[in-house]
Design a protein around this ligand. Structure first.
Ligand code: SF4
Length: 287
């Protein structure tokens, strides 16, 4: 990755941004598998051409800094910290670095910096999958894992909101825990084999023919259905589904339904590989 420093931030920021683990051929990180296949492959293929400015990587660097500080403090006797694992699976090497494993409680822990909204919405599927991948890898090398936990540091927490809003996290740190079952492990193994097999197939394709990231992987906000009236520019009402819009129109009037495509937030703001993606060029950039 080419790191730029347009704001002229101190060199330490640049050095931190440059710190990266070099992947071997055919090696994929656990975190890459959580992205769309297209994004994961484009990032690998164009890794040396992708440009990022340190000022744009501040929250990523903040996360790295938190890990760096915790990494330098002593773990308890029964704990293993910050170990990088590698296992062969589906013709590839899967690598992953977990933050902490406790051999007494059989718990794997990962530290995250997150927004309070992640906690409020309670959408933890990606966190559970990531922990399960690490847990599966640990099991493969002989360590038992029964549960996982995320220690989330909430970077945008407001003490004031915590006092007045119901459902708002009370503290700027939150522990989210998951119990793992035998079914979780077999489902994870199947998911990894399917994912890596699909990546192997997709690697044969040129950039523009790679399977498109799913709406979920693109953080698509979902199409909206606007009930419109002839001759009027603004919607009478905007609803999430066509059915809701039709029902509303039957009860309240309106002449037609206009579909407003959802926004691909990942493509627009968070995808490092967007410059090499024809979907971004054709549908997102300048849309
Ligand atoms: S720009 Fe969007 S569709 Fe293209 S690789 Fe990135 S996330 Fe996927």
């Amino acid at each position: 990755m080419i790191i730029t420093n347009k704001m002229g931030l101190p060199q330490a920021f640049v050095e931190m941004a440059k710190r990266d683990y070099a992947l071997a051929p055919d090696e994929y990180r656990a975190t890459s598998l959580l992205k769309g296949i297209r994004e994961a492959i484009l990032e690998r293929r164009h890794g040396t051409e992708i440009e990022s400015d340190v000022s744009d990587m501040i929250w990523l660097l903040f996360g790295t800094a938190v890990h760096g500080i915790l990494e330098h403090h002593k773990e308890a006797d029964e704990e293993i910290k910050e170990a990088r694992l590698k296992i062969p699976i589906a013709g590839k090497t899967l690598s992953g670095q977990f933050d902490l494993y406790n051999a007494e409680t059989l718990t794997i822990t990962d530290y995250k910096t997150a927004s309070v909204w992640k906690i409020i919405f309670g959408n933890f599927g990606d966190w559970k999958r990531q922990l399960l991948i690490y847990a599966y890898m640990l099991q493969r090398i002989g360590f038992e894992v029964k549960r996982g936990e995320i220690v989330a540091i909430l970077k945008d927490h407001s003490k004031r909101d915590a006092k007045i809003k119901p459902d708002y996290p009370l503290l700027p740190v939150k522990k989210v825990t998951f119990d793992f079952t035998a079914e979780d492990f077999s489902a994870t193994e199947k998911w990894l084999v399917d994912r890596l097999t699909a990546i192997t197939e997709a690697e044969k394709l040129p950039d523009d023919e790679l399977p498109l990231c799913t709406p979920e992987e693109r953080y698509n906000s979902g199409d909206k259905h606007a009930v419109m009236r002839n001759g009027r520019k603004t919607a009478l009402r905007v609803l999430d589904s066509e059915e809701e819009a039709k029902n509303w129109m039957l009860e309240n009037g309106g002449d037609f339904i206009e579909v407003r495509p959802g926004e691909d937030k990942k493509c627009a703001e968070y995808c490092n590989a967007c410059k090499f993606c024809n979907y971004y060029r054709d549908h997102v950039k300048g849309a």
